[in-house]
Design a protein around this ligand. Sequence first.
Ligand SMILES: Cc1cc2nc3c(=O)[nH]c(=O)nc-3n(C[C@H](O)[C@H](O)[C@H](O)COP(=O)(O)OP(=O)(O)OC[C@H]3O[C@@H](n4cnc5c(N)ncnc54)[C@H](O)[C@@H]3O)c2cc1C
Length: 418
Amino acid sequence: MPIGPVLVVGGGVVGLSLAHYLTAAGIEVEVVERSGLASGASWGNAGWVCLSHSTPVPGPGVVRYGLRSLGRPDSPLYLRPSADPRFLAWLWRFWRSSGESTFRRGYAALADLNRPTFDLFEELADAGVDTTLRRPGLVHAFLSADEARHHLRIQQVMASGRYDMPEDVVEGDEAHRLDPALSPEVRAAYLVRGEGVLDPRRLVESLGEVVRDAGGKVHEHVEVTGFRTVGGRVAGARTSAGDIDCGSVVIAAGMWSSRLLRHFGLRLPLQAGKGYSFTVELETAPEHSLYFGDRRIVASPIGGTTRLAGTMELSGDDRRLNWQRIVAIARGSRRYLGRWFEDQDDLPTLIRDPWVGGRPLLPDGLPVIDRLPGRDDVFLATGHGMLGVTLGPATGRALADYVLSGRRPPVLAPFGFR
Ligand SMILES: Cc1cc2nc3c(=O)[nH]c(=O)nc-3n(C[C@H](O)[C@H](O)[C@H](O)COP(=O)(O)OP(=O)(O)OC[C@H]3O[C@@H](n4cnc5c(N)ncnc54)[C@H](O)[C@@H]3O)c2cc1C
């Protein structure tokens, strides 16, 4: 059974969480990141560690919503009209995964994986990781009580006792008082207590520091370009800085993982679910994480500032930042946060760090956390979609168990290679 040294491709939240659990178990680990740590989707995301919102992306009503938005560039869900057969095949599978029962199965699988999440974050902190996690709770804010009730009812049914959901929404002027940043236009809201938020970039950089302190090697600005095999087993990675020997490989390269899989003759239908964020200094920053339900925009209190994020754009895996989307998020947030800008021409001076990132997304919206078929020396952890920060530690721990024991932990059964 080949184990170390284990070479982890990808210095995002998933790769470094895994690297931490492996080094903590005394395994020799080398992480190879082609740019800086957290330079992929793990950089500017919203930083939620949020169990009650951990759902697969395809779900009842999502496809209809997407079709209505076809070609509308300011829509929260944007599908680029395309005749590319691979994209159409992906959409077909996405649609097939959006039925009620598939969605519920996916939700339950994610809930099982997430069960130890907050304990794991505590353990990471005990191990010296600067997780920056706080648990102020999450306020769902709506412009109408009907929408709020509809949303809460769906969440209550899905959660079915797993999470502590409020019984009803708060209405009228009470609603915006749930958080000081909310505007009086918010007419209904509810608070899910205990949900967390963190600075994702700091988490990942700190994971890198702890891995290094524990004796792991973390190579930055080194790209894995291929693999060397001897007698059918992986013996090393070819990189832009020369070959690195190893006994096992874990591909945790986010949305770029499918390219690396081709070296093993496999395909993975990954699409980049592009999302946008930026940071703003509001006069009154939110105390909680905020979800603007009617517009699918989120606001996170991170380091004294507010990070606004949103959009699910399926338009290929380039990282082109479409300024229109930044404007759409800013405009969409105004009814919830008050008029924090008057003229959109002022936005470039008001916002910091406009960012686009690709959520690694498989058509059924669930991650793959598995060994490659027919091999015991190459593993894969990607496809975490909207949930990589939340699921990073749970993924890392369960996959480390798998790599070390050769036996798949039952919690990973729903996340097999497919
Ligand atoms: C707008 C937005 C908001 C989000 N908000 C949240 C949130 O609030 N909570 C949450 O849980 N999730 C959120 N997510 C999702 C989360 O960001 C991702 O699921 C997560 O970052 C994926 O992590 P990863 O490690 O798999 O991939 P990445 O962070 O993309 O890391 C992969 C790394 O692999 C490297 N790499 C690629 N190819 C190679 C190669 N050949 N050689 C070496 N290195 C390579 C890349 O440079 C990259 O750094 C959000 C995403 C977006 C876009």
